[in-house]
Design a binder for this molecule. Structure first.
Ligand code: B12
Length: 219
């Protein structure tokens, strides 16, 4: 099965192979979403699991990420062409001081698969930058990621910045990343915490129309 070999190519960190297999899966008629979920994300999750069990080290995770990104390069343009089924807009980024973006890339891809517009600010995003982009883009949802216990507190600083700029109430704030949990999300005043990219997608599939159809909170 092509998904199994895609997963294997990621676990061994073979970018060329992952690219070729992703191409093959698409040519065989599998949808971009299914290749993403059953191949690329499943492969990265397998590597993360091995890391947790200390069966691989950071260099192997980085090689796996490189392989996954090679596959993503074929998937992303297809998702960008997904008919925009909603007029929803999401701004996302990893908080200041934090350079981890592998998980956020996966969240971005699955969000794009729902047909919602995504503006990904990347890593090391300061509270002021988040606030400036939110003010300009007027998104429905802001998603923040943090992978370090030393940077997760930045999420509260972002929320404080949004509050002091008077734009917090217009937004739904979603937080995630390995050290985050629902209790932390509540304590800092975020609206939702989700454990992984699949949970985010399920939430959006169910709720995005309701969120959008609410009276535009920016006017
Ligand atoms: C790869 C990696 C790196 C890479 C990052 C490369 C990159 N481009 O992202 C590099 C080598 C650069 C790196 C550097 C560091 N790292 Co690092 N890194 C990792 C590692 C091994 C994997 C992270 C990962 O990508 N996992 C795979 C993805 C798919 O999972 P994920 O990120 O958790 O994302 C999923 C969910 O969390 C969730 N999610 C993520 N974001 C969001 C956002 C939203 C809104 C939602 C809803 C969900 C969500 O959905 C994702 C997909 O389903 C982890 C170990 C681990 N087990 O997590 C350590 C780890 C996170 N790193 C750690 C550390 C300490 C560091 C360094 C400080 C090391 C050092 N001494 O220099 C630096 C810090 C650099 C910095 N300023 O950020 C520690 C953090 C410890 C802590 N508790 O704070 C960890 C846990 C390793 C460890 N056990 O010590 N790291």
């Amino acid at each position: 099965m092509v998904f199994q070999v895609i997963i294997k190519s990621i676990t061994i960190g073979d970018a060329e192979q992952c690219l070729a297999l992703t191409k093959r899966a698409l040519q065989q008629g599998f949808s971009a979403e299914s290749v993403l979920e059953k191949g690329l994300i499943a492969g990265m999750n397998r590597v993360a699991e091995k890391f947790r069990k200390q069966r691989v080290m950071v260099p192997e995770v980085l090689m796996a990420s490189r392989a996954m990104h090679a596959g993503l390069s074929l998937i992303e343009p297809l998702l960008e062409n997904t008919k925009k089924i909603s007029s929803g807009k999401i701004v996302m980024g990893t908080v200041a001081g934090d350079l981890h973006d592998i998980g956020l890339s996966l969240v971005k891809m699955l969000v794009m698969a729902t047909g919602i517009e995504v503006i990904n600010l990347g890593v090391d995003v300061t509270p002021k930058k988040f606030a400036a982009v939110v003010r300009k883009e007027k998104p429905h949802i802001l998603m923040m990621s943090a992978l370090l216990t030393t940077t997760m507190t930045m999420m509260k600083e972002v929320i404080d910045e949004l509050e002091s700029s008077g734009i917090r109430k217009n937004l739904i704030i979603v937080v995630g990343g390995a050290p985050i949990d629902a209790g932390f999300a509540k304590r800092i005043g975020a609206d939702y915490y989700f454990e992984d990219a699949f949970e985010v997608k399920a939430f959006l599939d169910e709720n995005i129309n309701k969120i959008i159809s609410k009276k535009n909170r920016w006017t």
